[in-house]
Every structure is written in C-alpha cells, then in structure tokens.
Design a protein around this ligand. Structure first.
Ligand code: PMV
Length: 322
C-alpha cells in the first residue's frame, strides 16, 4: 500500500513570537509544498529519506544513519515521531518507508518542519484509513514540539487547513476572507535560524523586562486585530503600514538583525506597501507586500539586488492534500 500527501509552507503575516505567549497571529499558507510518500514494507522498521540530504532507519529503538552523517538524526527524528503518532499503538506486521520531497528551503521561517510533520501524519494516517484533518493536525503539532518545545502550533494549523487564518493558543483558529488577493514577495536572507533558540531569546527578554514585554504584547494584539479587518475590507495600504509597525515590535524584542533590517529597508525603498520578518527571525525570511502583481516582480528584483533570494508567493487555499 502506498499514500502520498503534501502540505503547504506558510508565512506569518502578523504576530510571530507574541503568539507563543498567548497573543493571536495571522498566517497564510503559500503555494510551495512538501510532499511525503509513505509505503508499507515487509521489514519491521521505519525507513525515512529526505531530499535535504538525510536518511535513516529505525528498528525499535535502534537508529542507523543511511545518509547525512550526524545531523541526519536531528533532521528526521520529528518525521519518525510523526509517523509513530500516526501509527498509534495498533499491532501491525511490517514497517513503513517514507520519502520527503520539498519545494521549501528549511530553517528560514517558512514552516518547512511543520509542513513535513503534517504531510507525514497525513500520508501514514491515510494508510490506516485516517483522513480527519483535526486528528492529523494534533499529531503534527506534538511532533513539531520535538523541534522546539514551545511551539505555538500555529504553523501546523495553517499547513493543515490552508488559506488565511487568525490563530491563538487559547482561541484556536478562525478563517479570514481577504477581499483583495495578496501579492507577497519573500526575501530569503540565506541565514538559517534555530527557532527554539530564537523563542528562548524572547523568553529571556520577557523575564528581564516584563513590563515592556507586556506593552509590546498589547500593541501586537491590536495590530493583529486591525490587520484582520484591513484584510477583510481589502485595505492593502493600511495592511502594509501595520506590517511596518509589527517589524518595529520584532526589532524591540531582539529577533531582527542587520541583514534583515537592510532587506526591509530595500523593500520599502522599492515601493513595498510594508515589510517585516516572517517566522522566528535572526536572519530567515522577510515578507514584503506588493501593491499588485506587476509591483511584485519589481520587488523581487530589488530583493535580488540586495543579495537575497526572492520567492513570489500566492496564497494556498487547499492546505493538506492526501
Ligand atoms: O520560523 P518558523 O517558521 O519556525 O516560525 C516560528 C514562529 C514563532 O512564532 C517564532 C514560534 C511559534 O511556535 O509560533
């Protein structure tokens, strides 16, 4: 038996980091995907191969690297965990073989780890006849917590359900209907970040300056609500200004850096309506909002001239496809 699932990458439009501490965030799934093929095999093992250069096999508690040296295990352990969670405790003979193929660079804030966990649970779950998206998402969130234990769960939600959502740890998720189509250009600084370390850095900032952090949370919350209504009413210019303001908050909590600031400035100078970090920061990616598709190509060119890789993205409304 064989199943194929794919799940989209994402951008966080507003509220990253603050979402870990209970605020809402606005997210959009984008049309770049990770595909997972899962097949049953006779041998009692789980074999995982990823096109980012890592492969290994698990026989009970024993792990054997097949490709990628020492870093292989760190990269594929969450996939193994996702597969195990999908399999549950049911007794079954034989094993599973899993192949991942990604259109998303990893470690740059586009949610590649969440999308791999969602697609893995989706593919393996489908071999057992499980297709319930909520069931899949819950398991993927747990596996993503192997990568950074304080994950808000936002990335797995958007990757599973697609579209545009407002997400909060307590409030759950709510779909947002955008009146205008969004032309988003992503600029990859090429600097990989470790989300767990970035999140821990913000927790330290909060512990050192609780009052300041609380004020920033309050403003981030207001920005999110304003942005949701700007999306619903199609006010792209207002949305852009709110993105710029959100970026100032991210600078204050210490997740921006010189390269990111330069890229944000380059996007603004090239006519972006707004620009900010997306995801954990510390490098990673910047998103810029273009006024229309023509402007989007111009923005992509100025991102290239700033020495970064542009990705022109559209919103993905499909989410997980099995
Ligand atoms: O950089 P990414 O794609 O791992 O996104 C992290 C988003 C954070 O808000 C910083 C963490 C989280 O769990 O929501």
């Amino acid at each position: 038996m064989m199943a194929v699932a794919s799940a989209p990458a994402k951008v966080i439009l507003f509220g990253e980091h603050f979402v870990v501490h209970g605020n809402p965030a606005l997210l959009a799934a984008i049309n770049k995907r990770i595909s997972v093929t899962a097949g049953t095999i006779e041998a009692e093992k789980i074999v995982i191969r990823s096109d980012i250069g890592a492969a290994g096999e698990y026989s009970g508690r024993v792990f054997k690297v097949l490709r990628g040296g020492k870093r292989a295990r760190v990269l594929i352990d969450p996939i193994h965990d996702a597969a195990r969670r999908a399999l549950g405790s049911r007794d079954r003979d034989g094993g599973i073989e899993i192949d991942l193929c990604s259109e998303i660079p990893y470690g740059i804030g586009l949610g590649s780890s969440a999308a791999s966990c969602v697609a893995t649970v989706g593919a393996v779950g489908s071999l057992l006849g499980r297709h319930d998206r909520r069931w899949i998402c819950e398991r993927a969130v747990e596996s993503e917590r192997m990568i950074h234990k304080n994950s808000s769960g936002a990335d797995c939600y958007i990757s599973t359900f697609g579209g545009l959502i407002r997400y909060g740890r307590k409030e759950g998720y709510k779909k947002i209907e955008s009146r205008e189509s969004l032309s988003i250009v992503i600029g990859n600084t090429g600097i990989k970040h470790n989300t767990g370390e970035m999140v821990a850095g913000v927790a330290k900032f909060k512990a050192r300056k609780p009052k300041v952090f609380q004020e920033l949370m309050t403003r981030a919350d207001e920005i999110c609500s304003d942005a949701a209504s700007a999306l619903e009413s199609g006010e792209l210019e207002r949305l852009g200004l709110l993105m710029n303001e959100n970026q100032l908050l991210l600078q204050q909590i210490g997740v921006s850096n010189k390269k990111v600031d330069e890229l944000v400035r380059a996007c603004s100078a090239a006519g972006a309506l707004g620009a900010k970090i997306t995801g954990a920061g510390g490098g990673g990616s910047v998103i810029a909002l273009a006024a229309n598709e023509k402007e989007s190509a111009r923005l992509a060119e100025s991102i290239r001239q700033a020495g970064c890789d542009p990705i022109e993205a559209q919103i993905d409304y499909k989410g997980l496809v099995v």
